[in-house]
Design a protein around this ligand. Structure first.
Ligand code: N01
Length: 866
């Protein structure tokens, strides 16, 4: 928690709130804040309302979310007073709509047009923002809200000679109000993002010649503009309130049911038919939501990429042009796809040509045209559709100085840091509408804007009601949120693509995945939870008072949270409430339909002699030619559940990652065979594998052990038994979230004993079935209790932050180290006991699995067999 400001004064400002921008966000904010009785002033650079729809007047400018969704929902009257003429309305119609809203609610009287905020300075002495405008005004306010839009700061042209051209030069982002007539002209368009794709067909209709300069092709699907589809209109009109609420709770801000299956879980024919439907439907969100895994699984994604490429090849007559228009180096929906009208068809026109800047980059713009590395082109007009300094450009474009004298530009020099995309530490009482770290551009903007406007205005109302006049996020909360935003991005393919989502389109901009991809409904839930928990993660101050409920709002990895949510939704019974037989049956049932894990070279089942009868095993062999080192693996399941094949995807993954043979062996289970049956079997199995290494395709002497949970307990115990029995030689132990002790009092049991799938009660149940209390302290049950830990093979101990077993895993690692054993610890932040074995489900554990594979490889290459 930050220290309270000792003598915070709260001077009287000119206005309670100043809002920058009179687009969708600024207009609604003004309306809302006025309703709540805050004196509010909106400052707007343009000479009228509209924001992005004021500036982007290029031919073909339209929304790419259906207009019945891309509109306000706060005013029930407005819903019926305004009728959209088209499914995707044009810029003039959307601008008229915003003007209509401004008139209806008499908003203009509190908007100062043609006024740009140049600087804003926080004064700690008065607890006010002082804003300086380009008209020389100095305005003070208690709260300053940036409603400046995510795509409002055009990218500075980064093409040599861009100011040399003596003909007509236009920017799609600042199009002349009177329009442009290209008739009879030779025109160049640079850029093939949404703005280029929308304007190119219409410019081609007028121009004598059109040359498109393309650096990166985009994926487009046809908009099929026209009337709003009847079924959507009916849905809306049947129950407007329910429709709007569904949008608010949805992933992208449009009430579309999410797909639950992955692209590879259906046949190629079914997939193709589904993609045809998406192509015919003409809906942008249909692409990102085509299948549940389209933005997380590269192979799934590629099926849709290839479908769109085939469409391009069908439409465009010249195969070479078609191939140039096919995106090949990024996954679909990892940057915003485009909705088009006749875009690809335009390249069949005789007066339209495409220049591939990947082959021949622009060298310079000249007085008369454009020179690439292999040709000189002459033009009457050049259109720059080169995009925006997105999400942060407009925010750091104002010279904003916070409480510690740091500017926002300086604070964000390595990328934006926000709490919820709403506020940033060091800049009290400054709010950003749809700021970086919120769903914003990954959603229907109007839904996200309304949610932020309502959150901010309700927040100001709450502050006032409680006699607070100061709000600022804590560093802990902000750092935690930034981590969560990054964690979410990392389980998708999006951060891998060069796009304006990552800042990669602007030279020198730090590469950070800017928006929050957790979905608008879940995000709304988080923002509401923050309020319900007393503005969790914020410092609130008022005359003579301060409050702070500090912490991180989301700590569990996002995909782990989804697994936990799914378990809760399916109302899985708690294992410890079942009979052992039912628990075993249910454990098997939970494996149905799980992803199979990666392919291995070979997978064979066999039997080997255990301590008291035969044991089954499954052997996984790498694809590469052998012989290979061998890892004997013991499955998890609390010594009661599971078998040699239940950790199948995990064993496959270990095999692929380590390039070693994995032999997953069974062992007798409790309660039928209680302690010490399991370690006896485990040790016998290791002895047998060591002896038969060559015939199994292994390298004799290159033997490691591994296991997960109770299996990791056995792996650890076997290492001690092998040391004490003078063999077999084991060159490494990979212990994944091991049980190492029978003590339930460690902090991780207290903190993580409930709510993270493996519970304290379940561990007690396992121990009760496995071992008598007198046996539990035996090192062959609790390896941490061994008198001697020296002389053991090198170890990697993997622990998960939200695992009751975390601290005993750490204790074992520390004890090994203290005993001189070469031991490493891999702590997995935000993970639970089961995270690592859920291959292709918990994608965020993939790096840890890679590290485990490398560690196994390291055991063998070190050849320090003990
Ligand atoms: O900008 P963009 P946009 N030399 O960044 C190229 C929203 N929007 O204005 O990818 C040569 O997507 C650049 O090439 P590359 C929507 O969210 C919505 O079109 O950097 N080329 C790219 O092809 C959209 O995503 C609508 O290799 C250069 C293009 O210029 C976002 O705004 C309509 C270059 C820029 O594409 C931005 O779209 C319009 C250079 N130096 C916009 N620099 C709707 O439909 C850049 N390019 C609602």
């Amino acid at each position: 928690m930050q220290p309270a400001h000792q003598k915070r004064e709260f001077s009287i400002p000119d206005h309670d709130v100043v809002v920058a921008g009179a687009g969708f966000a600024g207009l609604y904010l003004l309306h809302r804040l006025r309703e709540l009785g805050f004196s509010t002033r909106v400052l707007e650079t343009a000479d009228d309302v509209g924001g992005t729809w004021y500036w982007n007047r290029y031919p073909g400018a339209r929304c790419d979310i259906q207009t019945i969704d891309y509109c306000y929902s706060f005013d029930p009257e407005l819903e019926t007073e305004w009728q959209w003429s088209e499914r995707y309305a044009t810029q003039p119609e959307i601008l008229r709509y915003l003007q209509f809203v401004a008139d209806k609610h008499d908003l203009r009287r509190d908007i100062e047009f043609s006024t740009r905020i140049e600087a804003a300075v926080w004064n700690d002495g008065t607890s006010l923002w002082t804003l300086r405008t380009d008209r020389g005004q100095k305005i003070t306010c208690r709260y300053y809200v940036m409603a400046t839009g995510c795509l409002s700061m055009p990218k500075t042209p980064d093409i040599a000679g861009h100011d040399r051209f003596l003909g007509e030069a236009y920017f799609t982002s600042h199009w002349p109000h009177q329009g442009v007539d290209f008739s009879g002209k030779r025109v160049a368009v640079i850029g093939t993002g949404s703005s280029g794709v929308q304007s190119i067909p219409l410019i081609a209709e007028q121009a004598a010649e059109l040359t498109v300069f393309q650096r990166t092709p985009c994926y487009c699907i046809p908009a099929h503009n026209g009337p709003v589809p009847a079924h959507r209109m009916t849905e809306l009109e049947n129950d407007r309130a329910a429709y709007r609420e569904a949008a608010r709770q949805s992933l992208f801000g449009v009430p579309l049911a999410p797909m639950e299956v992955g692209a590879l879980q259906v046949s190629a024919e079914e997939r193709e038919a589904h993609y045809e439907d998406i192509w015919k439907a003409g809906e942008l969100l249909g692409i990102a939501g085509a299948y549940a895994d389209i933005i997380t699984n590269a192979t799934s994604n590629e099926t849709l990429c290839e479908f769109v490429r085939d469409k391009i090849r069908e439409i465009v007559n010249d195969p070479e042009v078609a191939e140039t228009l096919c995106p090949k180096d990024f996954y679909i929906a990892t940057k915003r796809p485009c909705l088009d009208t006749n875009y690809y068809e335009t390249y069949n026109l005789p007066h339209v040509r495409l220049v591939d800047l990947r082959k021949h980059p622009i060298e310079t713009i000249t007085e008369t045209g454009i020179d690439t590395t292999n040709a000189s082109y002459t033009f009457d007009a050049i259109v720059f559709a080169t995009g925006f300094d997105a999400m942060t450009g407009a925010l750091v474009g104002v010279d904003i100085t916070g409480s510690n004298g740091l500017t926002l530009r300086e604070k964000w020099s390595n990328g934006p840091e926000t709490y919820l995309g709403l506020m940033t530490t060091g800049f009290p009482n400054l709010f950003t509408i749809t700021g970086p770290g919120s769903p914003s551009v990954l959603s229907n903007m109007t839904v996200s804007i309304e949610q932020h406007v309502e959150w901010v205005s309700n927040c100001l109302d709450d502050l006032r009601k409680n006699n607070f006049e100061f709000i600022e996020p804590t560093r802990t909360a902000e750092a935690g949120w930034v981590q969560h935003v990054n964690d979410y991005g990392a389980i998708t393919l999006l951060p891998q693509t060069n796009s304006w989502y990552t800042g990669a389109n602007v030279p020198g901009k730090p590469r950070v995945f800017l928006p929050y991809i957790g979905g608008v409904g879940p995000y709304r839930g988080i923002c509401d939870e923050v309020v319900e928990r007393g503005y969790f993660g914020f410092v609130l101050e008022g005359p003579g008072k301060q409050s702070c409920n500090d912490g991180v709002i989301r700590t569990v990895q996002p995909d782990v949270a989804m697994v936990l949510d799914m378990i809760e939704a399916l109302q899985w019974p708690r294992f410890e409430t079942l009979s052992v037989a039912d628990a075993r049956a249910f454990a098997i049932e939970t494996l149905t339909g799980r992803p199979p894990g990666p392919d291995v070279g070979e997978c064979n089942d066999g039997t080997l002699p255990g301590a008291a009868g035969e044991l089954k095993y499954r052997l996984y062999r790498p694809v590469s030619p052998g012989p290979h080192p061998i890892v004997v693996y013991f499955h998890g399941g609390g010594w009661l559940l599971g078998s040699y094949d239940t950790d199948d995807p995990f064993c496959r993954d270990l095999c692929v990652q380590s390039e070693a043979i994995i032999v997953s062996v069974d062992y007798r289970h409790a309660p039928e065979a209680r302690f010490p049956a399991a370690p006896e079997d485990a040790f016998t199995a290791v002895q047998w594998v060591a002896k038969n290494a060559a015939s199994l395709g292994g390298v004799p002497g290159q033997l490691a052990v591994s296991g997960w949970s109770a299996g990791a307990n056995l792996a650890a115990v076997v290492c001690q038994m092998a040391r004490d029995a003078d063999g077999p030689a084991i060159c490494g132990q990979l212990l994944v979230t091991p049980v190492t002790d029978c003590d339930f009092t460690r902090e991780s049991y207290t903190n993580n004993g409930e709510g993270y799938f493996l519970t304290k009660a379940l561990m007690e149940w396992f121990w009760d079935h496995y071992a008598d209390t007198t046996d539990r302290e035996n090192p062959q049950a609790s390896p941490l209790r061994a008198d001697k830990l020296s002389g053991l093979p090198p170890a990697l101990v993997v622990t998960c932050e939200f695992d009751p077993l975390r601290d005993e895993g750490i204790a074992y690692f520390e004890a090994l180290q203290a005993a001189g054993v070469k031991a490493d610890h891999l702590p997995c932040r935000g993970h639970i006991h089961t995270s690592l074995t859920l291959v292709d489900i918990v994608l965020s554990s993939a790096d840890a699995r890679g590290a485990m594979g490398r560690a196994l490889g390291g055991f063998f290459s070190d050849q320090t067999a003990v």
